[in-house]
Design a protein around this ligand. Structure first.
Ligand SMILES: Cc1ncc(COP(=O)(O)O)c(C=O)c1O
Length: 390
């Protein structure tokens, strides 16, 4: 079907600000190679736990097929609040939680609810694409805070330096454990950050969707240290291998949640009821908790395998605190090529697919992201293949 020609230039001008994704460019290129091992995906290679699937089936049989409340099934929101109390000793009520279509919608609704066109959102890089994409769609400016020189971590100094550079800063977006760097923050580091952020009238969107997949230290949530400014983004996609179920959560002070709920109401009006019932089981049933722990054990084994192997091949890589990605600096002799050419080289010559670092910030042109949400066999075979060509 062809669009009426005179309508071709009538779309939202904010769409023009969305840049072409290096991931898509690379994906199109890599798809032509047969036998490619894909270490590109940001999703668990595990299937969802049986107990959660059973709960969804049971909910369907019980005709849990009608509209749920806009903000979500009350028992689920209460379970989310309870799990926050248990993990971080923070007090949220069920009315301070919204169940969203994945963490993605939580990010979008939050940015929509907080901003006016012309506001600036500070985004800590390396970053997940939605942060600037949703900001641009809402007519905001984006100030990127690059962390190449600070071990991929935001410091109080970096924050203040960037805050001073922009007008109308409305919010800061931070993600830890970080996709793609795997970096997380100690409690002390977060305390230092919180002490500075408290001085400014800005919201802090803290995307902690990988919190449960932490290896090096117990995750500290910003909600513990900066509760009055923090909007927490989380969900079940990563921790519970539930990417396709599309379950996310947004938590924050009641007034902020009421505002975000308006955007949720006028776009989604509640996620499927039977999926929320299954999500309740995901959060509360001991078998589900055990399944998550089992996945974390497997990710730990893969991480422990991958880091020394990559180092022995000439990649530079630091500790991985959480999530399931290795963000590695490419071996010196390939740095001039840049990350896109290097990724194409790996795909073409080794049949191994990884993501170019500049997909997560233009400065990361000497880095690649390797997902270890892939089987140990695939990881071992990938290392063997890369060894052969570099
Ligand atoms: C940091 C981060 N936040 C949010 C999301 C989106 O999660 P969901 O699939 O629940 O929308 C992802 C997915 O890759 C992510 O890596």
């Amino acid at each position: 079907m062809k669009l009426k020609q005179t309508l071709e230039n009538k779309f939202s001008s904010s769409l023009e600000k969305i840049k072409g994704s290096p991931i898509r460019e690379f994906d199109t290129y890599a798809s032509q190679f047969e036998g490619l091992i894909k270490l590109t995906l940001g999703e668990p290679d595990f299937d969802t736990a049986q107990i959660i699937k059973d709960a969804a089936n049971k909910a369907l049989e019980n005709n849990r097929t009608h509209y749920a409340l806009n903000a979500g099934v009350l028992e689920l929101r209460q379970a989310v609040a309870d799990s926050m109390k248990e993990k971080y000793n923070v007090d949220y009520g069920a009315d301070e939680v919204i169940v969203t279509v994945g963490a993605s919608a939580a990010i979008e609704h939050t940015i929509s609810a907080l901003t006016n066109p012309g506001d600036t959102i500070l985004v800590v890089t390396p970053y997940f694409t939605l942060y600037d994409g949703c900001s641009y769609l809402n007519g905001c400016n984006v100030g990127y805070i690059d962390t190449l020189e600070s071990g991929f971590k935001l410091t109080p100094e970096l924050f203040e330096e960037h805050y001073a550079k922009y007008d109308n800063v409305k919010a800061l977006i931070i993600n830890y454990p970080n996709n793609p760097s795997g970096v997380s923050y100690s409690r002390e580091e977060l305390e230092e950050l919180a002490a500075i952020l408290k001085k400014y009238d800005i919201f802090v969107l803290s995307d902690e969707i990988y919190a449960d997949i932490s290896y090096n230290f117990k995750h500290t949530s910003l909600t513990e240290l900066l509760p009055e400014q923090t909007i927490l983004i989380t969900g079940l996609s990563k921790s519970h291998a539930m990417t396709g179920w599309r379950v996310g959560f947004v938590l924050g002070p009641k007034l902020a949640i009421q505002k975000i709920a308006v955007y949720h109401m006028f776009t989604v009006s509640g996620i499927p009821t039977f999926i929320q019932d299954a999500s309740l089981i995901a959060l509360t049933h001991p078998n589900s908790v055990a399944y998550t722990n089992k996945m974390i054990k497997v990710y730990t084994e893969r991480r422990n395998y991958l880091i020394p192997e990559l180092k022995s091949l000439g990649f530079e890589i630091d500790a991985i605190d959480g999530a399931f990605y290795a963000f590695a600096r490419i071996p010196e002799k390939y740095r001039k090529k840049g990350t896109m050419e290097f990724c194409k080289f790996l795909a073409r010559e080794a049949r191994v697919g990884v993501i170019p670092g500049n997909a997560f910030g233009s400065i990361y042109k000497e880095y690649i992201r390797i997902s270890f949400a892939a089987s140990m066999e695939d990881l071992q075979e990938s290392i063997r293949r890369i060894k052969e060509i570099i």
